[in-house]
Design a protein around this ligand. Structure first.
Ligand code: FUC
Length: 829
């Protein structure tokens, strides 16, 4: 586009604009839910991901040589273990004394010397193998196209050679638990190819009755013996032609069509049990999958996928720009003429969650389930000081609540293994973990103290338990997980320390994730009472208290939490008008660190609010402005959510534009900064999936928010999307929201209530109800228990600044009663 003359560009933009208008006037064109390319993938960042939660495959799509890079979610290095440092407690006690006495430089030095991790920094998530399909003579293909249809979770490749059209279809079947590849051609007898497999993992290979079998094992890593055993089993079924096992694989000759079934299993049963039979499991999945006709298998997969995917639609208008191949669309996004790419990107986040996080399986790791390395970036494990939580931000609001379950399973495991770190490292009851974990649920310190000595992993992860309850009202779930929540809170009952100046209770030692400030020429990380810690403990205690009340349990315990909560430090507004990151006013206004941990209180938590804490809300704006926009992928994803909560849709849109900057797929592209690869996966860089999930959640937050006592409709609509429609977003209290707008104002709303109760909506232009519903002007607190807000202490304000009040656009707040299962319609007045 940049190369087009200016006039041509203006004309194209006008055309696009006309396209949007036309769409708005008639029935809107549906958003194309397809990534497509006119070239095969030159590397991994151009290949297309498919997954069924457990089995991942990256499809490269070269005509002459297909590469299918395979993953299974339980192939990790090492084996059952925990990495808790047994002799840490005396050092922790000394650190506490020094920190509370203000000897920060000394404490930092002591931690550097004595609190290095115990040799095991977590095990890596690893790949399984590559399956190759060689097609002799297909080097000079024409009419080439490959795509990923996220409306069906199927990838395809098509091209022509010698007048014959060839087609491949690939999917990772949700119901059948195998990867299926279908090869067809326009002329009978045209399919000839050689199937082979290789793996960088330690392995042996054989061909067993026309099945390719590869037995492999997870790596030994940092002194932990590799205990995972896996088996991949590939079977080809050809119609017509011949099939023959060779030394190196399987040869298919002159077939009309062929279907390949790829099964992968491991011996992993749970984090402390690897006694499963990988071969038996792989064989069983394969045997049942090959019995199903291809058409049926495809239909079953698509139906299972639709159960999740079709719950939400988003249409922001479709312009001719949407017709270009995906990488060009990403490259052009900043020109502002492709709103459908934003909608595709939003839906891609949902696609990725469906494909990498299925009930009963492992939670999505730093790369979801897609990794082609033995030791990927940060081991492709779980970083819980933001990244793992971010992966699950879209789960409830984008109507994929069941897919949150793998995270809950992990939290429950950690509530067991984390007892060891709580006890041995901190002399505390309950459970705690630091900033990383892995499939073995390690809970000890990982990485040097400035990153790793942060005992808050449990406090943050546990918030998700309550959030799930708030969206679903599922009391049985809350009862099941109450002990986990209580255990996380119990840790802080024992671990909080009294700081001497105000007698506040603080976490010590800790860090404000990965950030430092300068003191006496040294960079200080290790401190007490960081703002994020205070916010996390405040939320954890508050949620545990509410859960105990609802379940009518543990009154004395809940009362003790109330007393402790009173003694947590308030949030503070520092000398520059910013939300203070640390207990002391030491923030550097030029600091543009990617973590903005002290705004956890703005998002995902709702402690900072335009209506309840206006001064903190304005201070958050100062912080966000100082921290800047451009950063790593996930950091920009977080900022989309932050600006959405700031009700500034245009700033959120700017961040989305930064996130959708096309990054080079070459390994050297790592120096380019955050953005998006040609396969629409997030560039931290390198690839890290949290940015995708964070942005998806942030986009939902532009249309619907439900954290602040109301169900807020269109709280932060960017000017770039004056007309649009979203259906199926979920708000707290179990409200499913369909929403259409025009000229930036709500036109139609349908709210389906799952749990009943008072629905309090906030709108930014007047509306009325239709069909007999009566809207009342809202007054006082929202009686709906899911909308009860938390009363945070008023902030302490630095004497060097004056707290500011926000100027908020007028809004209208209405109440109407709802009954479970009923739908209510509202429209513009
Ligand atoms: C945290 C972040 C890094 C990276 C890593 C996986 O440590 O600070 O940017 O995302 O996790």
């Amino acid at each position: 586009m940049k190369t087009l003359p200016r006039l041509a560009r203006v004309l194209l933009l006008l055309l696009c604009w006309a396209g949007t208008l036309k769409a708005a006037a008639g029935k809107p064109k549906p958003t194309p839910l397809r990534l497509w390319y006119d070239k095969p993938a030159a590397n991994w960042n151009e290949a297309l991901p498919l997954g069924n939660g457990r089995l991942g495959v990256m499809v490269f799509g070269a005509p002459q040589r297909e590469r299918l890079q395979l993953n299974e979610e339980t192939i990790w290095g090492g084996g059952p273990n925990n990495n808790v440092k047994a002799d840490a407690l005396p050092v922790v006690r000394q650190l506490r004394e020094q920190l509370l006495a203000g000897q920060l430089v000394e404490a930092q030095a002591l931690a550097q010397a004595q609190m290095q991790p115990a040799g095991n920094s977590g095990m890596p998530y690893q790949m399984a193998s590559n399956v190759y399909l060689d097609f002799p003579g297909h080097d000079n293909a024409t009419h080439y196209q490959r795509d990923l249809d996220i409306s069906r979770a199927v990838a395809s490749v098509s091209y022509e050679v010698g007048g014959v059209t060839y087609r491949r279809e690939v999917f990772s079947s949700l119901p059948d638990q195998v990867i299926i590849v279908r090869l067809t051609a326009s002329k009978p007898g045209s399919i000839s190819c050689q199937l082979s497999e290789e793996s960088p993992m330690q392995h042996t290979q054989r061909v067993d009755q026309n099945q390719l079998v590869l037995d492999g094992r997870g790596s030994e890593h940092e002194g932990q013996e590799g205990k995972v055993r896996f088996q991949t089993r590939v079977q080809a079924v050809a119609e017509g032609g011949t099939m023959q096992a060779t030394d190196t694989g399987i040869r298919i000759q002159d077939a009309n069509s062929a279907t390949l079934y790829i099964s992968i299993s491991t011996n992993f049963t749970n984090y402390h049990d690897v006694s499963g039979d990988a071969a038996a499991r792989a064989t069983a999945y394969l045997a049942s999958a090959v019995r199903k006709p291809y058409k049926q298998a495809l239909a079953d997969h698509v139906a299972a996928y639709h159960r999740y995917f079709n719950r939400v639609t988003l249409n922001l208008g479709v312009t001719p720009a949407a017709e270009l191949p995906t990488p060009q669309r990403i490259a052009n996004f900043a020109q502002g003429n492709d709103p459908a790419l934003a909608a595709l990107y939003f839906q891609y986040g949902r696609y990725l969650l469906i494909s990498s996080s299925q009930p009963g399986g492992q939670p999505a790791n730093l790369q979801g389930i897609w990794n082609d390395q033995l030791k990927g970036p940060w081991d492709s494990k779980y970083t819980v000081n933001i990244n793992t939580e971010m992966n699950y931000w879209p789960a409830e609001v984008t109507n994929l609540t069941e897919l949150h379950q793998p995270l809950f399973g992990m939290i429950k495991d950690l509530s067991v293994t984390g007892q060891q770190s709580a006890r041995q490292m901190y002399g505390a009851r309950g459970w705690a973990l630091h900033h990383n974990t892995d499939i073995w649920r390690i809970t000890g310190q990982v990485d040097p103290p400035q990153y790793g000595l942060w005992p808050m992993g449990g406090a943050w992860l546990s918030q998700h338990l309550w959030d799930h309850y708030q969206f679903t009202g599922d009391l049985a779930f809350l009862r099941e997980y109450y002990p986990t929540l209580k255990g996380a809170a119990t840790y802080f009952v024992d671990a909080l320390q009294e700081e001497p100046t105000h007698q506040w209770l603080v976490v010590a030692p800790s860090v404000s994730p990965e950030n430092t400030y300068s003191l006496q020429g040294k960079q200080i990380a290790l401190v007490t009472g960081t703002t994020m810690d205070n916010q996390l403990v405040f939320d954890l205690f508050s949620k545990t208290i509410r859960a105990a009340e609802l379940l009518q349990l543990d009154k004395p315990f809940a009362d003790s939490l109330r007393t402790l909560r009173e003694r947590l430090p308030p949030m503070q507004i520092g000398q520059y008008g910013q939300v203070q990151e640390w207990l002391q006013d030491v923030d550097n206004p030029k600091d543009q660190h990617r973590h903005i941990s002290h705004l956890y209180g703005l998002y995902p938590s709702g402690q900072i609010s335009p209506y309840r804490t206006p001064e903190l809300f304005e201070a958050a704006r100062v912080t966000l402005t100082q921290r800047g926009d451009v950063s790593t992928g996930w950091s920009m994803g977080w900022k989309v959510n932050f600006w959405a909560r700031m009700q500034d849709g245009n700033h959120a849109y700017k961040l989305l534009t930064e996130q959708l900057r096309l990054r080079s797929s070459q390994p050297g592209g790592v120096s380019e900064g955050g953005g998006t690869y040609p396969n629409l996966l997030d560039a931290h860089p390198p690839f890290q999936i949290d940015g995708n999930f964070g942005c998806t959640a942030g986009l939902a937050e532009l249309f619907v928010q439900s954290y602040d006592g109301t169900l807020d409709l269109l709280p932060a609509l960017p000017d770039a999307w004056p007309t649009g429609e979203v259906t199926g977003l979920v708000a707290r209290g179990g409200y499913v929201v369909d929403l259409a707008w025009d000229k930036g104002k709500v036109t139609r709303v349908r709210i389906t209530s799952k749990l009943g109760g008072n629905c309090r909506v906030r709108v930014h232009s007047p509306i009325k109800a239709t069909g007999g519903t009566k809207l009342a002007q809202a007054q006082g607190e929202n009686p709906n228990p899911f909308y009860q807000t938390l009363a945070v202490k008023p902030p302490l304000v630095s004497s060097k600044t004056t707290a500011k009040q926000p100027t908020l656009a007028p809004s209208f707040v209405y109440d109407f009663p709802t009954e479970p299962g009923k739908t209510y319609s509202l429209k513009a007045r």
